[in-house]
Design a protein. Structure first.
Ligand code: HEC
Ligand code: HEC
Ligand code: HEC
Length: 262
């Protein structure tokens, strides 16, 4: 065989293989989703996608997978329920992200079980009782710690409507508005959270601008609030490295100077 021809054939073969490998890799990359978490790992996952061409819904940390930036901070949010003293904010400007979509068991709570028939009737008291079936489904309630032995399931879950939480009057509270539940016992935290001192808000920082409040359960696991190095449910994260400086900037010394002269 002519030497040149065989070379061309080998080259063509190689290119073919290379192209198909490249195509496979590209396919794999397209299929692989980037899933990050917003606040509590395992309970606030969000998938990266484009809101419109070139605009991602989120940017995530390469070291922790935590969301660091939002393309649209209000995406998927609903109005916050009425919270006393938050009425200065125009209606629709205080929003929260619903929890229901993250809770896989809740939609079935009142269907097969807790329907008044299986088991028969509803509990007559709120005292702790062993619940092996629940422990098998939600292992975290096995050694329930929240309140250090002074509170139990029906202090938070509605006794007859199990797909809802409960306030101090016995009225139902949505899983999407847990601040109304937690606030019935943690009034000080509710106040700080409402005013933006506790927890997290994103959006327009002007006093009555539109903002998303992260709800209590986006950060705290209500069944296990003490876990972690500080016995408060959180382990400390390594701070992120500073972001890359803009093109042409040598250092960030200017940040040490106060922009307003006194
Ligand atoms: C301090 C209040 C509180 C107490 C006490 C409590 N829960 Fe919950 N529970 C909640 C909240 C709030 C949620 C929703 C969590 C979220 O949004 O991530 C929840 C969620 C659940 C779910 C749904 C989980 C899912 O993934 O769909 C089950 C089941 C449950 N609790 C069972 C129990 C049992 C059993 C007990 C008693 C051992 C209990 N809870 C005690 C507040 C409480
Ligand atoms: C029925 C009353 C009640 C409700 C409702 C309630 N808590 Fe608690 N919570 C307590 C008590 C009591 C303690 C224990 C305080 C202590 O002994 O230090 C506690 C402790 C805590 C702690 C501190 C952990 C610790 O013990 O050091 C956190 C965090 C917490 N709760 C968050 C929440 C969140 C979030 C919600 C809503 C999902 C909530 N709580 C709802 C009564 C309640
Ligand atoms: C953005 C996340 C976030 C949100 C939202 C949030 N918290 Fe917290 N919370 C924290 C952190 C972080 C701590 C401090 C933990 C520590 O001390 O290690 C904390 C601590 C607490 C404590 C214990 C404080 C103490 O001094 O013992 C309580 C109680 C509490 N939060 C209740 C709430 C309630 C009620 C809500 C909703 C109204 C809420 N949190 C919303 C992150 C959050």
């Amino acid at each position: 065989m002519n030497r040149n021809l065989s070379r061309t054939l080998i080259l063509a073969l190689f290119c073919n293989v290379a192209v198909s490998v490249f195509a496979q890799e590209a396919g794999k990359q397209e299929a692989k989703e980037t899933v990050c978490f917003e606040s509590r790992k395992g309970a606030s996952e969000i998938t990266k996608r484009e809101i419109k061409p070139g605009l991602p819904n989120i940017k995530c940390s390469a070291t922790t997978d935590a969301v660091l930036w939002y393309g649209d901070p209000y995406e998927g949010t609903v109005p916050m329920s009425k919270v006393p003293l938050l009425d200065k904010i125009p209606e629709g400007n205080a929003v929260v992200k619903p929890r229901t979509e993250k809770l896989s068991l809740v939609p079935t709570c009142t269907l097969a079980c807790h329907n008044g028939v299986t088991p028969a009737g509803f509990p007559k008291h709120k005292k702790p009782v062993p619940i092996p079936t629940m422990e098998a489904m939600v292992p975290e309630v096995k050694d329930f710690q929240h309140g250090r032995g002074r509170i139990w399931c029906l202090d938070c879950h509605h006794p007859t409507k199990r797909n809802l939480l409960v306030d101090h009057f016995g009225d139902p509270v949505s899983f999407d508005q847990p601040q109304l539940l937690c606030g019935k016992c943690h009034g000080d935290k509710l106040r700080d959270w409402r005013d933006g001192i506790h927890g997290k808000r994103i959006g327009e920082f002007a006093s009555t601008g539109k903002k998303r409040w992260f709800v209590c359960t986006e950060c705290h696991n209500p069944h296990n609030v003490q876990n972690g190095a500080h016995q408060r449910g959180f382990t400390q994260l390594q701070p992120e490295a500073p972001p890359q400086l803009p093109f042409g900037m040598k250092d960030a010394k200017h940040e040490k100077q106060h922009p307003i002269h006194h």
